[in-house]
Design a protein around this ligand. Structure first.
Ligand code: ATP
Length: 251
């Protein structure tokens, strides 16, 4: 379980994140929503060690991981994506996911292949896992296509696949539906709902597509101007006047 306690981050005079508290329990999908500039991505950067908080703590499995580096968080199973698609465009979809399998491994790539006699077995396992992930995200038939030639919707799915290749326990997706049409977003929602308990322990989303958020989340945290405005089930958030005023009304 992830727990964020009193998390705060200032950049000079800008209080990007102020005293944010929430948990992501095992088996759940939690979404962070809020208008542009509310502090959502900064929260992601604080949790994954890209930024150090000005105040507050991050706990993962009960351990204080506040000072951890991004690399350490990935080793612990906290894997994130970025708003901008971050796949290797010159590699095929399949190769991208194979590559991701090494992201969490302390062993350098060359040593994995050096380690005869089990290197063939390791390679076969990784390839099998990559194929299973491609099928899961619906790109099984596109596995040999260069990532740079995939459509925007396919790229978003590949990005989820690459993140899954790194074997996350907590998967953190930053705007996975950005640029998707409503049919593609619906498909992505269906995929995300199948992940907790099977492919990951839990999911934390930052997302602007309210339909997707309300469709998949167990719990929603609403941020505005760096602060927590509200938190609750999708039904509670949809009925919250303050949220409607601050966010939905302007979405
Ligand atoms: P969006 O939905 O547009 O992605 P967000 O909710 O993710 O927005 P953040 O990107 O976390 O918001 O930004 C919160 C505030 O912190 C903004 O005012 C932003 O300009 C500021 N900010 C974020 N990163 C930095 C930085 N590295 N240096 C200075 N200011 C920053």
């Amino acid at each position: 379980m992830l727990e964020v306690k009193g998390l705060s981050k200032s950049f000079g005079g800008i209080h990007a994140v102020q005293d944010i508290n929430f948990t992501v329990p095992k088996g759940q999908i939690v979404s962070l929503i809020g208008p542009n500039g509310a502090g959502k991505t900064t929260c992601f950067n604080l949790i994954t060690g890209f930024y150090q908080p000005t105040r507050g703590q991050v706990f993962w499995d009960g351990a204080d991981v506040t000072a951890s580096k991004p690399y350490d968080m990935a080793q612990r199973g906290v894997i994130r994506t970025f708003q901008k698609t971050n796949v290797l465009r010159g590699l095929s979809a399949f190769e991208n996911i194979v590559h991701a399998h090494y992201l969490r491994d302390r062993t350098p790539l060359w040593r994995t292949f050096w380690r005869a006699p089990d290197s063939r077995r390791v390679q076969a396992e990784i390839q099998e896992s990559a194929r299973a992930i491609l099928d899961l995200v619906g790109l099984g038939k596109r596995q040999d296509v260069e990532a740079g030639s995939l459509s925007c919707g396919e790229l978003r799915l590949l990005e989820v696949g690459v993140a899954l290749g790194a074997k996350p326990r907590l998967l953190m997706l930053d705007e996975p539906a950005a640029g998707l049409n409503s049919r593609e977003a619906e498909g992505l929602g269906g995929l995300l709902r199948t992940l907790p308990g099977k492919w990951v322990e839990s999911l934390l989303l930052v997302e602007h597509n309210m339909h997707l958020v309300m469709q998949v989340s167990h719990h929603v945290v609403v941020m505005n101007f760096g602060k927590k405005l509200a938190a609750g089930t999708p039904a509670e958030i949809q009925a919250n006047e303050e949220v409607l005023e601050a966010y939905m009304g302007t979405a």
